[in-house]
Write a protein that binds this ligand. Structure first.
Ligand code: ATP
Length: 194
């Protein structure tokens, strides 16, 4: 029986950095956001359900997802956001279950930015990658050169607070230091989980 460890955290906390390292170490990682986007484009039934709720403008030629338009539509509309989640999350969960059946590793990792918000029941352990807001803002601005500080802050306001995240975490992985320090901490956790 595999153990599912979910990697979550606020914007720019280092989730993808952690997951890339886990993959380098040979662990399988399921990327929820990437799979969600692939399913929203590739799964005909899901696409049609979304078009029923949002209209055709969220796709170009009915198949390429217009993420900017979708994000714009749900940004200040919690009902629409809820509709989107109730359509997409069950399909992604089904896809994750299928994926996990194909894995042989005893430890499975899932990058799940919304693990705490959606109370993701597939996670046995929830790891919150954490760094202070200012550090995350500067890292995101370094990564996304076309974003402004306001863009990052707006996304932060749309996520649960750091306090909530830290309170709900099963494990906090501090990412305030260097990438090498992050890897060291992750190695210690891997030893604990193995
Ligand atoms: P998002 O929420 O936007 O998906 P994320 O949580 O996946 O972000 P990453 O993309 O892994 O975060 O990290 C954000 C940026 O910070 C990246 O450019 C990454 O290379 C950099 N970064 C991550 N950890 C560190 C670190 N310890 N030291 C310096 N830079 C870091």
């Amino acid at each position: 029986m595999s153990q599912v460890i979910c990697i979550t955290g606020g914007i720019g906390s280092g989730k993808s950095t952690v997951c890339r390292y886990l993959e380098e170490r040979g662990y399988p990682v399921y990327y929820s956001d990437i799979r969600a986007k692939a399913l929203m484009e590739g799964d005909y039934q899901l696409r049609e359900q979304l078009i029923t709720v949002f209209g055709t403008t969220i796709y170009t030629d009915r198949e390429v997802l217009n993420r900017t338009e979708l994000a714009r539509r749900i940004f200040n509309d919690s009902n629409l956001k809820h509709s989107l989640e109730s359509i997409v999350h069950p399909r992604v969960h089904e896809d994750f279950v299928q994926w996990s059946k194909d894995q042989t590793s005893r430890l499975l990792f899932k990058e799940s930015p919304l693990a705490l918000e959606i109370d993701d029941q597939s996670c046995q352990t929830i790891v919150v990658v954490h760094a202070e807001a200012e550090l995350r803002i500067s890292r995101v601005l370094g990564r996304n050169s076309n974003w402004t500080r306001e863009d990052v802050e707006a996304r932060m306001r749309n996520q649960i607070s750091d306090e909530q995240r830290l309170r709900l975490a099963h494990q906090v992985l501090d990412n305030s230091g260097t990438p090498d320090e992050l890897q060291e901490k992750l190695d210690q956790l891997l030893t604990k989980w193995s």
